[in-house]
Design a protein around this ligand. Structure first.
Ligand code: URA
Length: 190
């Protein structure tokens, strides 16, 4: 096992033991290629994710998977996780205190995976990197924070709410390969 694999296993074990973490549903840690270029971060697992212990496997997840396939990407080649890693009751939005208690674990997960580009899905994970950003205004734009390159896009569940949002979501997914190219260029001249 390599350093990344060991790091993620340890992190997961720590989370499972951490009694201060809110919500008592199953831990949905994340899945995908730990050597990925792109890390997707959603908000919190839903019912299906809780049952299967996997992120983005319900309706929104199927849309994400299909949209990645449309640009020639495979879900297994990226890494997918959430900012809050247990399901809030009745699929309500995660509370600020839930986000802040789960946040340190997400930070460590990102450090271990060390992706080239982070793609927050929706406002909750976007605001972790870009506290002042507005999802409808800033989705589909590339940002460079002090630590990461971040390209927020709409949450796929929002895209399922109407044709306009769906078009915006798909357009931003289509621009992902270009965003990666741009980041790689910027990194190479640093
Ligand atoms: N919505 C999310 O934000 N995350 C999931 O894993 C599923 C739905």
């Amino acid at each position: 096992m390599n350093k990344k694999e060991i790091g993620l296993i340890e992190l997961r074990k720590e989370m499972e033991k951490d009694k201060r973490l809110p919500l008592s549903t199953n831990l949905v840690f994340g899945e995908g290629d730990i050597n990925c270029k792109v890390l997707f971060i959603g908000e919190a697992p839903g019912e299906r994710e809780d049952t299967l212990g996997r992120p983005f496997v319900g309706r929104a997840g199927q849309l994400l998977t299909k949209s990645l396939e449309e640009i020639g990407w495979r879900r297994e080649d990226v890494y997918i996780t959430n900012i809050v890693k247990r399901r809030p009751p009745d699929n309500r939005d995660p509370l600020p205190e839930e986000i802040s208690l789960y946040k340190p674990y997400l930070t460590r997960q990102i450090e271990i995976i060390n992706p080239t580009l982070i793609v927050p899905l929706g406002r909750f994970s976007m605001n972790y990197f870009l506290p002042l950003a507005k999802i409808t205004r800033d989705q589909g734009k590339l940002f460079h924070t002090d630590r990461y390159f971040v390209y927020p896009i709409l949450h796929p569940a929002a895209a399922l709410r109407g044709n306009t949002m769906m078009a915006v979501f798909k357009e931003s997914i289509k621009k992902l390969p270009k965003a990666i190219e741009k980041v790689e260029k910027l990194i190479s001249v640093k």
